[in-house]
Design a protein around this ligand. Structure first.
Ligand SMILES: NC(=O)c1ccc[n+]([C@@H]2O[C@H](COP(=O)([O-])OP(=O)(O)OC[C@H]3O[C@@H](n4cnc5c(N)ncnc54)[C@H](OP(=O)(O)O)[C@@H]3O)[C@@H](O)[C@H]2O)c1
Length: 301
């Protein structure tokens, strides 16, 4: 079974490629310019050329703040491009896995969000991702939409790598302590998708639909930063002496973020037997892999 991962240079796509290869799948990973979600011809050409059985779309317009002043591009990528991909995949009989986000919610829920809770995005990025989900539901019945959150990885720009970089430069880190969520190792998402694709390969009855998957437990960005610093306190190159909690209002951003975007992952557990690891355990494992590979630590985050 051939898997096509889209978003080659992206953070999650790199973990997807590694995990699917390790699991023995025939996997190809493609990105711009070869396949551009805003250029329908490139989508058709790649699908016809590669003829995958499953597409995993890890590409998207992910610049949350920039999207506020660039809505055309955000919607062209996250909604219209996804629709083109979904329609072509459906026509060619290719199953479709798509990544989405906790930012489809407004963060006002008193409990972890379930898949069928009402989406009320606070900004352009969240709205474009929500509309991207909706077009898939309309155009391609054989889909899995996986919402995840607060991703970090050995690769790319992400919070964990930014904290490690800042720890070398600054004595006190000021980090927001009133946004709650679930830090999630991209490699755990990739491993979960391997299990889902194995089911698509082996079973006739696939519970297609929308699922949540993120690290178990919950914390704030401050709590996450503190845990990273505590875990790496013996590294002599780090100047950081402490993490200072601040409020969202003290760190204004162009896009509003949900104050609480914890995702309830019980549906994916019931349907696919997938239990997300505790976020602290995954963070420790990721740090172990990162620190064992100094080249990765020193590439820009
Ligand atoms: N990061 C998070 O915390 C987070 C949380 C929840 C959900 N997600 C979702 O998870 C998925 C992967 O996120 P990520 O953090 O791995 O993203 P990322 O590192 O920003 O990578 C996104 C990739 O999409 C590509 N891309 C952008 N516009 C494109 C277009 N028009 N055509 C083709 N490719 C295009 C980019 O290509 P270039 O390299 O050419 O720019 C980039 O490689 C996204 O759907 C995102 O919404 C992420």
């Amino acid at each position: 079974m051939k898997i096509l991962v889209i978003g080659k240079q992206g953070m999650l796509a790199q973990d997807l490629y590694g995990c699917f290869r390790t699991a023995g799948f025939d996997v190809v990973c493609k990105g711009r310019p070869e396949i551009d979600l805003c250029k329908p011809d490139t989508i058709r050409e790649v699908l016809l050329h590669d003829q995958p059985s499953v597409i995993i779309n890890a590409a998207g317009y992910t610049a949350v703040d920039h999207a506020e002043s660039d809505p055309e591009q955000a919607f062209a990528t996250n909604r219209d491009g996804v629709q083109c991909l979904g329609e072509n995949a459906h026509r060619l009989g290719i199953s479709f896995i798509h990544l989405s986000t906790d930012f489809v919610f407004d963060g006002k829920s008193p409990r972890p969000y379930r898949e069928d809770d009402r989406a009320l995005p606070l900004g352009v990025y969240g709205q474009s991702k929500w509309e991207g989900e909706e077009v898939i539901r309309q155009c391609h019945p054989q889909h899995v939409i996986l919402r995840t959150a607060w991703l970090y990885s050995l690769y790319g720009r992400n919070f964990l790598r930014t904290i490690l970089t800042k720890a070398k430069e600054t004595q006190a880190l000021r980090i927001v302590n009133d946004q709650w969520g679930c830090p999630t190792w991209a490699k755990d998402v990739a491993s979960a998708l391997v299990v889902i694709v194995q089911k698509i390969r082996d079973d006739k009855e696939i519970p297609w639909g929308t699922y949540h998957f993120c690290g178990a437990g919950e914390t704030t960005w401050y709590g996450f930063a503190q845990a990273i610093i505590k875990e790496t306190q013996d590294i002599s190159a780090f100047r950081v002496e402490g993490v200072v909690p601040i409020r969202t209002d003290d760190y204004p951003t162009l896009a509003k973020r949900p104050a609480y975007s914890v995702l309830d992952c019980s549906k994916i557990q019931q349907s696919f037997g997938l239990q997300p690891p505790q976020w602290q355990d995954s963070m420790q494992q990721c740090l172990k892999e990162l620190l064992a590979c100094p080249d990765l630590l020193h590439t820009p985050s």
